[in-house]
Ligand binder design. Structure first.
Ligand SMILES: *Cc1c(COP(=O)(O)O)cnc(C)c1O
Length: 463
């Protein structure tokens, strides 16, 4: 399988290079040159298989040739053995035809584990094969950092440095990162805010020489392997509920658009998907674009669903590329316009998107109301991100005969403060994290200065 850039000017790459590369050299994102197709027979045959086996079958065409089947199957099996539920991502039926797909049974209690547990193993595999080492650097306001650390803690060939704003992440989120005492994991608390941390990571990627030749790798949501890993649970949930004989719909709490873009790919690969519903919080660029063709930036708002607080959705470019008939030049022009001022999509691509996608935005007050209402109706306590999905699914579904699957992207205990504000204090952490607040922590506090951070990385990386 070869991968091409959404902006049409970077060289095509194979799977291994795509995993080790972030952004394409023309500023675009990599997508597969052609999409694999699963026949009705192949989909039917997946029903009843283990999650790891479905994952192997769905991802095999994307990996094609880069890892032999036996090794890849074992790697996938190990990846999903880290989840605490036997079904990995169980379906939970809420009412006669609305389901929650629980994506929060991984080590850090959010859906990002599904992809980052695999990405860490893929990186380590390719680096070992090449006899190379790599450094991962990332900035986090909470969620991604811990999932990346858990994904890489056992990697022999990777050292990971995660920057978080000192005293500005919740205690649970900090401890999920700083209590991982593996020798290749380095947490840095920056005396500044998230933007300061992010700026230092960006500057380091722009100037990789500070590592004297060691590769610097990004594990943010534009990494292709993350999208690939996420297509699996759409297929697994779909076949569990009767696809391909029956259509299914999905609602996805969305921000950078990596999660729901994987659902779009699953539909293009043969899964019969009736609707894809985009749920946003008050940071609603996706909703404004789909519902009123207002593709423009607005100021960032801090909400009760902080993992969805974004201004621009980086992976939306991948969908635009498809909607514009894979015309890299059109994408370059549209995004160039968007970088300067409010933009709008052309009529035909927008109409194409609206055939499959609908959207709804949920503000903070409504999030609290939905948590209470969903509990009253179903007995479930939703986390604030999943609550946006629950509401959007109800508002947007066009037909109640098709099963609606809302993606539960985080465990409620991870966002205990918001859940307590809705009236549910004391949601317990799952057993594997029950002693999190007593565990030993390790992290370094550094000033918000690029030289200090780069010196720290240089001195502490291994090998
Ligand atoms: C990252 C995240 C999201 C948003 O996912 P995208 O792929 O960026 O759209 C939603 N909910 C939770 C809990 C997250 O951590």
């Amino acid at each position: 399988m070869r991968y091409i850039s959404t902006r049409g000017q970077a060289p095509a790459l194979g799977f291994e290079d795509v995993v080790l590369t972030g952004l394409a050299s023309d500023g675009g994102l990599y997508v597969p040159e052609t999409l694999p197709q699963f026949s009705a027979e192949e989909l039917t045959a997946m029903a009843g298989e283990s999650y790891a086996e479905i994952a192997f079958r769905v991802m095999k065409p994307f990996v094609d040739g880069a890892i032999d089947d036996e090794t890849f199957r074992e790697l996938v099996r190990e990846t999903y053995a880290t989840f605490s539920h036997d079904a990995v991502v169980p379906l939970n039926q809420l009412d006669s035809n609305h389901y929650l797909l629980e994506l929060f049974h991984g080590p850090t209690l959010a859906f990002k584990d599904v992809a980052l547990q695999l990405l860490g193993r893929l990186l380590d595999h390719f680096l070992a094969k090449r006899g190379e080492r790599a450094v991962i650097m990332g900035a986090t306001s909470g969620d991604t950092g811990s999932a990346a650390i858990e994904g890489c803690r056992a990697c022999d060939h990777v050292d990971i440095f995660i920057l978080h704003p000192h005293n500005r992440v919740s205690e649970v989120q900090r401890r999920q990162m700083t209590s991982v005492l593996a020798p290749n994991v380095f947490n840095v608390a920056i005396e500044g805010n998230f933007d300061d941390a992010q700026a230092m990571v960006k500057a380091s990627f722009a100037d990789q020489d500070f590592l004297d030749g060691t590769r610097l790798v990004a594990v943010n949501s534009i990494n292709w392997a993350r999208i690939m890993a996420q297509t699996v649970y759409y297929v697994a949930a779909g076949v569990a509920l009767g696809a391909p004989a029956r259509q299914v719909s999905f609602t996805v709490p969305s921000a950078n658009f990596g999660n729901i873009f994987a659902g779009y790919l699953a539909s293009r690969m043969g899964l019969p998907v009736r609707q894809l519903v985009i749920a946003t919080n008050a940071n609603d660029i996706l909703h404004r674009t789909i519902s009123s063709n207002d593709f423009s930036r607005q100021e960032l708002k801090a909400t009760l669903a902080p993992s969805m607080d974004i201004v621009v959705s980086s992976n939306f470019e991948r969908l635009l590329f498809e909607a514009y008939g894979r015309d890299g030049q059109a994408i370059r022009e549209l995004l160039e316009h968007f970088s300067r001022e409010p933009a709008a999509l052309a009529d035909a691509p927008l109409a194409r998107l609206r055939e499959l996608f609908s959207s709804h935005s949920v503000d903070d007050e409504t999030i609290l109301e939905v948590i209470r209402e969903a509990h009253q109706r179903t007995g479930e306590i939703l986390d604030p991100h999943t609550a946006t999905g629950y509401r959007a699914a109800e508002v947007c579904r066009t037909d109640t005969a098709t099963p609606m699957i809302t993606l539960a992207t985080a465990h409620p205990a991870k966002f205990a403060e918001a859940v307590a504000r809705a009236g549910f204090a004391g949601v317990d952490l799952p057993p594997h994290l029950h002693d999190l607040l007593e565990r030993e922590e390790r992290y370094s506090v550094l000033p918000a200065e690029l030289a200090a951070v780069q010196d720290f990385v240089r001195e502490n990386r291994r090998g």
